[in-house]
Write a protein that binds this ligand. Sequence first.
Ligand code: DGY
Length: 326
Amino acid sequence: MDDKDQRPRVLVTRRIFAPVLERLSASLLLDVHDSDQALSPEALRERLAGCDGVFVATTERIDAALLDACPRLRAVCSMAVGYNNIDLAACTARGVLVSNAPDVLTETTADFGFALLLATARRVTESEHFLRAGQWRYWSVDLFAGQDVHGATLGILGMGRIGQAVARRGVLGFGMKLVYHNRSRLPAETEAALGARWVDKDTLLAEADHLVIVVPYTPETHHLVGAAELARMKPGATLVNIARGGVVDDAALAQALREGPLAAAGLDVFEGEPSVHPGLLAASNVVLTPHIASASLRTRLAMAQLAADNLLAFFSGGTPPTALNP
Ligand code: DGY
């Protein structure tokens, strides 16, 4: 980077879309890590040390130690809605702006949650593997017979924007009954429009035919669904996780898929991803995808543009549109 250039310096921690880089580079001096491979924590610290801002996604850990090693840093703008990788309190205490990317990915992520629900309940990938392996010899009455989705009870754990979008798909599209658990209840008119019933967590687990997990990952939601919770689920129920891996205890989940009560699971996120628990990899009754729920081209571009909007607004003295600690 040119030392005489007075523009704010911003590290872009990964390969992103060219139009986003073009917008950013018009007023910011960029250091772009032009790779899909995340920077190591050491490399991140080194590259960030002389920067005023950073563009991140889900994999860069921004904690107090890193902030202290990078005293110039004033803005951390993420293209993800989940910000469990950023210590918001530590940023706020040091006067560092944090922004995330809500709303733009809601419908796309809910589409994918529903795709996982359908694929899981109706055993889509399991039966495809069977066919591709040349094992299909004859039609039989119970070949890959799964669980119905229409008319079943949809349980949603975490009724934020994405949870509500999944709920709309289930209720309006598939005639599902809806129970949900969330710290706060939906407004009465939203509950009425969806026929939604707020229940405590144990009731949710006991009543859901298909459970979709959409809570943010925080210290309080770590292993929110573990062995005890899985044991409360209905025999033959399915579980979909599009939240964060740590919300579910993956070892306990692998056991519940092996020994019951779960019939199947659909997982887009994993504890310690990109590593996946061997018990999940070995199970045939689980659909596994590599954290792509928000990955339509249009949505990923919109997410990156929103992170750029925040950086550009912050460094031009404007109001970052989706700041978490304005
Ligand atoms: C998010 O935005 O938090 C997603 O998990 C990334 O796709």
